[in-house]
Design a protein. Structure first.
Length: 408
């Protein structure tokens, strides 16, 4: 299949041209020319590599659309799947937490196991390539054995080490943390939660042992299985150094400029949230992703909690003069693929997977088509108009055929 009349966003430039897909791979890239007849027209749209999201909280959030209401995980996963491909995300790592948080069933060990099993069982039925990103909190060392088992079963694609103990990391400001937990508890239906109850939770959290021995075992097993290891919410040079020695290759969501700079100095991939970059500020008052990108401290943007932010943030960075388009696109394609050690995707180049996204950039960037290994998994009306497929449906009545029986 040829994809014609395209503006191809390559790693270092944007060119007019075409590309040919064969057996799910990019077989040929033609710069400054046209491809073969009978192909698909991109209508002059930008063609990007499929977006790679190394950290998305959407599945956990989809499970609980309303306070105290939980949805079947299979249904939730398929809904997230549709949302991802319509946002151009063709490789998505579902962030699944093994955390110690009072009353949070969604992030319990048992529910985390259920979600990992759901992703594994549904993988072949999904539009995007869904993988598992395990988030293991060091204050929940009992979960390490479960994570180790999932690694042995090859159901984990990335492991991040978290420490959500109040007073450090993202939660350095304990007063702000208390207010956040208070609001969250009330939002999920615990309307009678008192502030003193949250302070009691803080004390219990701070007293919990840090299971570094268990974390060491998980880290070694992850490395043995070729699974990348990430740190999370790094807040100091010392913490980055310690986790680098543990074997991490990714620093997720550093909360200070010093931590981000140290991660880059150590040649770690540095991940921040696309919603942060899109908004221009952190929702929790920490490091600005847009400023960090401008300073060369961040090389990967992840969806975090909002999938459409990835594409929009990349284009917003271009509009603000922070990045040229190829570098902005690399933040959500080539760089996260490299961080996740996926060498078969993330760029438009011969031999790589034909994971491609067609984007109409004006008046706002909009995904019109997503191809996973050359097969359309999202295709909207604009694509049908360009390729005259809409005429196939012209004159087709929505009424049942005359021979259809009336319902009994």
């Amino acid at each position: 299949m040829w994809l014609n009349e395209a503006r191809l966003v390559l790693r270092d430039r944007v060119v007019s041209g075409a590309l040919r897909v064969e057996d799910g791979r990019i077989a040929e890239v033609v710069e400054g020319g046209t491809g073969g007849p009978g192909g698909v027209s991109a209508g002059g749209m930008l063609v990007l590599p499929g977006l790679v999201d190394v950290h998305g909280d959407m599945l956990e959030r989809e499970l609980r659309p309303r306070p105290s209401v939980e949805i079947d995980p299979v249904l939730a996963l398929h809904e997230v799947d549709k949302r991802l491909v319509s946002a151009g995300v063709l490789t998505g790592y579902a962030a699944i937490s093994f955390a110690w948080i009072d009353g949070d069933h969604v992030r319990s060990t048992e529910n985390a196991k259920r979600l990992i099993a759901t992703v594994a069982e549904q993988h072949e039925h999904l539009l995007a390539d869904h993988r598992v990103h395990v988030r293991l909190d060091i204050t929940n060392p009992d979960a390490a054995a479960v994570v180790a088992d999932e690694l042995e079963r090859d159901r984990v694609g990335l492991v991040s080490i978290m420490d959500h103990t109040p007073g450090q990391g993202q939660y350095r400001d304990i007063e702000a943390y208390v207010q956040t937990i208070l609001e969250w508890r009330r939002d999920i239906g615990h309307k009678d939660t008192r502030e003193e109850d949250v302070w009691d939770h803080v004390r219990r959290a701070q007293e919990r042992p840090k299971g570094w021995d268990a974390i060491d075992r998980v880290a070694e097993l992850a490395k043995a299985h070729g699974v990348p290891l990430a740190s999370h919410d790094d807040d100091s040079v010392e913490k980055v150094a310690m986790l680098d020695e543990l074997g991490v290759t990714i620093s997720e969501f550093p909360v200070s400029e010093e931590a981000a700079a140290e991660a880059r100095r150590r040649q770690l991939h540095t991940v921040m949230g696309a919603p942060n970059a899109l908004r221009g500020t952190s929702h929790s008052g920490n490091l600005s992703a847009a400023e960090a990108v401008a300073d060369g401290l961040v090389d990967v943007l992840a969806s975090d909690y909002y999938p459409i932010a990835m594409l929009q943030a990349a284009f917003r960075l271009v509009a603000r003069g922070i990045c040229e388009l190829p570098d902005a696109v690399a933040l959500v394609t080539a760089n996260p693929a490299e961080a996740a050690e996926l060498d078969d995707r993330g760029r438009i180049a011969e031999g790589l997977r034909a994971d491609l996204v067609l984007v109409e950039p004006e008046p706002i960037p909009r995904v019109r088509c997503s191809l996973r290994q050359g097969v359309p998994v999202y295709w909207d009306r604009r694509m049908s108009e360009l390729n005259e497929l809409a005429s196939h449906f012209a004159g087709v009545s929505s009424a049942p055929p005359a021979s259809a029986k009336e319902p009994i």
